[in-house]
Structure formats: structure tokens, C-alpha cells
Design a protein around this ligand. Structure first.
Ligand SMILES: [Fe+2]
Ligand SMILES: [Fe+2]
Length: 191
């Protein structure tokens, strides 16, 4: 079974792949191709969905584990959750914008830089410290919770919801269900 590092690592790889793909096909390069612009909007939608689910389950399960197990876990988690909140505001501004709208490419460029930095912070500053203190059983259990949690996690950023695990547990399912209903109605995130 996949442990916490494999589960989060897979998500990080996928997000980095999406960012590289978006970077390669900036809408400025193809301003007049409607299908390209539609595809770009769709790719950003998928990025927002993936990123929202990922950060939501990190908040719910990963950061509490870091705070509990890692000696300077509180500091590391505060720093990372701050980065995640800032990114949610950027993604929330991107939500609903079209690639031809003013600010779209600027917001995406900002998210790309911040998102990569955030992933590196987690993988370089946090993971090695957690690896030292977490047992194999705990790492697997945490991986299972993250995988399960992603199935019902919110698909939008919700920057105004406090990033506290308890809040997500109580408000999360209703918010996530509302997100998914809206996604179904608008065809968001679907082929
Ligand atoms: Fe994160
Ligand atoms: Fe992450």
C-alpha cells in the first residue's frame, strides 16, 4: 500500500507536470486559436481541482501529523499552511477567468512560481524530518487517509475557510458536496 510520501509525491508530480504543460503553451503564444484557449482554460480548471483536493487533505491529515510528530513541526506547518492560504487566494482569483481576461496569465505565472516553491518546501524541509520520526505503519495509515480524503475533498480553493483540520472535518463534506454538484452542473473538470 502507498504511504504518505508516495501519495503526496504522486500529486506533486502531477501538479508539476500540469504547470510545465501550461508554461509551455502560454496563451500569449497563441492568442487567436480558440480551441487552444479552451484547452488552456480546461487545464487550469483541472489544476485548481487537483490542487484544492491536495491541499485540503494535507490540512486535514498531513499537517496535524507533522505538528504532532516533528520536533519543530508547529513552525514548519505554520509556514506551509501560510503558503497554501496565499496560493488559494491566487487560485480563487483565477477561478472563472478566461485565458484572454486581464490578469489570467499573471495569476497563473504567480501560482506556478509559488506552487513549485511550496512543493519544494514540503519535499525538502518537511518530508525528511517526518521520515525520521514516523513509523512505517503510521506512514501507511496516513497515506490511506489522504487517498480516501481526496475522494470527497472540496474541488475549489475556499480561501476564506480557516485552514484548520476540525473546521474542514465539519464544514468540509458539505462544502465538497456543493463543489461537486456545481462541477456536475457546469461540466467543470469533465471531458
Ligand atoms: Fe501543501
Ligand atoms: Fe503538497
Amino acid at each position: 500500500m502507498a504511504d504518505v510520501f508516495e501519495v503526496l509525491g504522486r500529486d506533486h508530480t502531477e501538479v508539476k507536470r500540469m504547470l510545465a504543460e501550461l508554461e509551455a503553451g502560454s496563451s500569449r503564444a497563441v492568442p487567436d486559436r480558440e480551441d487552444r484557449l479552451r484547452l488552456r482554460k480546461k487545464m487550469v480548471e483541472e489544476l485548481i481541482i487537483e490542487e484544492s483536493k491536495h491541499e485540503a487533505v494535507e490540512e486535514e491529515y498531513f499537517w496535524p501529523a507533522v505538528r504532532r510528530l516533528v520536533p519543530d513541526g508547529e513552525l514548519l506547518a505554520d509556514e506551509a499552511v501560510g503558503q497554501e492560504q496565499a496560493a488559494k487566494h491566487v487560485l480563487n482569483d483565477l477561478l472563472g477567468k478566461d485565458p484572454t481576461d486581464g490578469g489570467f496569465e499573471e495569476l497563473l505565472t504567480r501560482f506556478t512560481a509559488d506552487g513549485r516553491e511550496h512543493i519544494e518546501f514540503e519535499e525538502v524541509q518537511v518530508w525528511p524530518k517526518l521520515r525520521v520520526v514516523i513509523t512505517a505503519d503510521e506512514a501507511e495509515e496516513l497515506g490511506r487517509k489522504l487517498e480516501q480524503g481526496k475522494k470527497t475533498a472540496p474541488t475549489r480553493p475556499h480561501p476564506h475557510t480557516p485552514p484548520k483540520p476540525g473546521v474542514l472535518r465539519s464544514a468540509g463534506p458539505a462544502v465538497a458536496a456543493a463543489d461537486r454538484l456545481r462541477d456536475r452542473m457546469t461540466g467543470r473538470g469533465q471531458e
